[in-house]
Design a protein around this ligand. Sequence first.
Ligand code: GLU
Length: 481
Amino acid sequence: MIVTRFAPSPTGYMHIGNLRTALYSYLISKHDDGRFILRIEDTDRERLVEGATDIIKSTLRITGLNYDEGPDVGGEHGPYVQSERKDIYMEYAKKLVDMGKAYYCFCSKERLEKLHEEDATGGYDRHCRNLSAEEVKKNLDAGVPFVIRQKMPTDGITTYTDSVFGEISMNNSELQDQILIKADGYPTYNFCHVIDDHLMAVTHVVRGSEYLTSTPKYVLLYDAYGWERPVYVHLPLIMGRNDDGTISKLSKRHGAVSFQDLVADGYLPEAVINYLALLGWCPKNSETEFFTLDELKSVFTIDGVSKSPSVFDYEKLLWFNGEYIHMLPFDAFVDKVTPFIKLDIPADINKDKMLGLLHTRISKLSEINDKMAFFISQPDYTKELFLNKKNKIADFEIVKSVLTEALSVIRNLEAFDNDSLFAALTPIAEKLAIKVGAVMWCIRIAVSGMIATPGGATEIMEVIGKKESIARIEAAIAKLQ
Ligand code: GLU
């Protein structure tokens, strides 16, 4: 059975790169009905941010990346928060010491600093690697602070094969005797993630490519214990496009980089997930780019993951999001867009009709306010807006005639729905010997004050109601005098 995990450090918001890692990790296990684990890596106590774990959990819940084991869900391999597993790491580190593959290091901070001053790149000189058992015992009994280091091989080559990037090798002579347990008793990431992945029976380690070149160190730990190495799946970097066309690591200056910010800006979680799935992975023989999470589970395979950096394309995400919004059933759209509405909607406005017109015309929910503003209060406009070659409206006289006729029709109209309005207003065309399109053009400009509008003249009037329609047409006629 395939077991994967998502192992974030709770250091703040949920970066979309992290969310992509969670998604790919989830999909790789779920493709084969495997298990997906959430593990919180909080041993770097200085970088912890309060509330960050809740953000991680809520993001996974909202996006549907449900974990089979994890904090608050439980499971047979818990606890799933590393700070609650401190004793386990110490036990395993000591085990490695007993096996002769790790050692206590009592070097003082001053000694290490001096070493560094003498040779900044030389690293630790393995001073404590061969202390006698008596010396170690004496120091431990005396309570001398210590770290535990791994005895790295000093020659030869360590190699592993990454599923995406291929073979990765490192000369052992370049390796430091890495610290497994720090002086504060907490394990290093290098150590505890390996222990956890092994104890949690993780078969596939899926994570960002920043870990690609340090992984030889991690496989040496598996080897030291005699454990089977996991399959490694390192994911390509996510880049952003700079103003000058170059690319660099995705950061805030490229746009929103956290899932929370995207959602707050009116992106739908399903659209973000769909877009992220394609950011570094390509479906095979697929005619569509649209995938629900369930569909992704069945089509996602590791061999579709690319090793070249992926450039985050905000335009494409926006397009995806628009498509997802347009596909929503109307009621669901209303539910989702309502919290974004900041403007007061007057009682005369037919809100459902208005949202109906806007449903297929917005690409993210936060656009709703700009798009609906003209229904609520008409923007100022110049009369030149009425002139239009295509509709053969070359002077203001014709506009004035259309609007005057329209006004008298509308004043006598009882039913004020789109169909009734259209039926009542079209005869003006024949009367003035112009096209229906020209009539509607004039009325639409008068009731909206804009060239491009969601919906036609009669639809807009249905939304704003009779009183407001009359007021706007009267104001237009006054403008033309
Ligand atoms: N806590 C590490 C991170 O957030 C996890 C890396 C890994 O998946 O092993 O980058």
